[in-house]
Design a protein around this ligand. Structure first.
Ligand SMILES: NC(=O)c1ccc[n+]([C@@H]2O[C@H](COP(=O)([O-])OP(=O)(O)OC[C@H]3O[C@@H](n4cnc5c(N)ncnc54)[C@H](OP(=O)(O)O)[C@@H]3O)[C@@H](O)[C@H]2O)c1
Length: 304
């Protein structure tokens, strides 16, 4: 392997749907992408958006030492896979490293901090809709007017600058916690309800499921307020209304994971709300029940 330029290169831990999309914006600006581990090595990443397909070569490594001293890391494993990637985060982490954590939920910092030493951790809210079709290949769809939100601080600005030049629409947020909780309201509802029922997004419009969706969000809104986050009942109404208007036939990543027999990313969503509720002694019976049901699912086990 040629020597890696640690200043310019980007380490990608988690070369899945979101990791490939974000890393491609770095590659688009001529930065070398180092893909770390994974079950299958990849040497190219290919992104299809609309009728355009682009490819970039990447370096693959199975040796964490190769990323020691690298300045930019994109961590995009699913939240429950974070501890399995600890050796990579630890190898890269020092006081000059910035780690973009592109994962759903509200606990990105706490999840990564045990492995990140003095690195700057940049949590992100991702609005892209991406499907990995095979190793190294992804189909990327954009919705709304931006693709990623990060906190408005020096590390967030650095990450934003590094992605915007490659075509990502990144917003730096003054009130990042509110942004993360708003996205959580939707994920907390759409993911479990579609995964548990096996139905697509239109199930949210059925009256009994719709009432349940409202209760899930309303409980979370109270917890957010206790956490000091500026979330109001009108945010619940707005997010539920948004969810009821997603295109018929839309699915969710948790439903897809359940159908494919993969572990579900429920702890970062429902688990996070229940944990925060416990901290503030708030009762969240609906989310607690949803958590119990999701935790009882055995990945890959068929109904018989
Ligand atoms: N996909 C979307 O549209 C979307 C939208 C918004 C937010 N998000 C969030 O973004 C995050 C990433 O989701 P995703 O859809 O990109 O997931 P994904 O496609 O499953 O990608 C995760 C990747 O991480 C790799 N990985 C797992 N453990 C690893 C380890 N220990 N070392 C190295 N690589 C490892 C997996 O590799 P193997 O396949 O080899 O195991 C896989 O390529 C999640 O929190 C998700 O909720 C996703």
């Amino acid at each position: 392997m040629n020597p890696i330029d640690k200043e310019q290169s980007v380490a990608l831990i988690g070369a899945g749907a979101i990791g490939l999309s974000l890393a491609s914006a770095c590659a688009q600006q001529g930065r070398q992408v180092i893909v770390c581990g994974g079950h299958q090595p990849i040497y190219h990443m290919t992104i299809t958006e609309g009728d355009e397909t682009r490819s970039w070569s990447v370096i693959h490594t199975d040796n964490p030492q190769d990323i020691m001293g690298i300045k930019t890391v994109i961590l995009a494993v699913k939240a429950h896979q974070t501890s399995s990637a600890a050796q990579w985060i630890q190898a890269a982490a020092d006081s000059t490293t910035t780690i973009l954590v592109a994962q759903n939920g509200i606990e990105q910092r706490q999840r990564v901090a045990p492995y990140a030493g003095d690195s700057a951790i940049v949590p992100a809210v991702v609005y892209l809709n991406v499907e990995r079709t095979r190793p190294g290949h992804a189909i990327m769809r954009r919705a709304g007017d931006h693709d990623l939100s990060v906190p408005n601080n020096p590390a967030g600005e650095l990450i934003a600058d590094g992605l915007i030049g490659g075509g990502m629409r990144v917003r730096t947020e003054e009130d990042f916690s509110r942004t993360a909780w708003l996205k959580l309201l939707v994920n907390l509802t759409a993911n479990p309800l579609t995964a548990l029922t096996g139905r697509r997004a239109e199930v949210i419009c059925e009256p009994r499921i719709n009432a349940l969706a409202y209760l899930i969000m309303a409980e979370a809104q109270q917890v957010a307020q206790a956490e000091g986050v500026n979330l109001t009942p009108s945010d619940v109404d707005a997010e539920l209304d948004w969810l009821m208007h997603v295109p018929v036939g839309s699915t969710s990543s948790m439903r897809q994971d359940r159908l494919a027999g993969r572990p579900l990313e429920y702890d970062a969503l429902t688990g996070a709300v229940v944990r925060a509720a416990e901290k503030h002694h708030i009762e969240v019976p609906i989310n607690r029940m949803i958590l119990a049901l999701l935790a009882a699912i055995r990945p890959g086990e068929q109904l018989q």
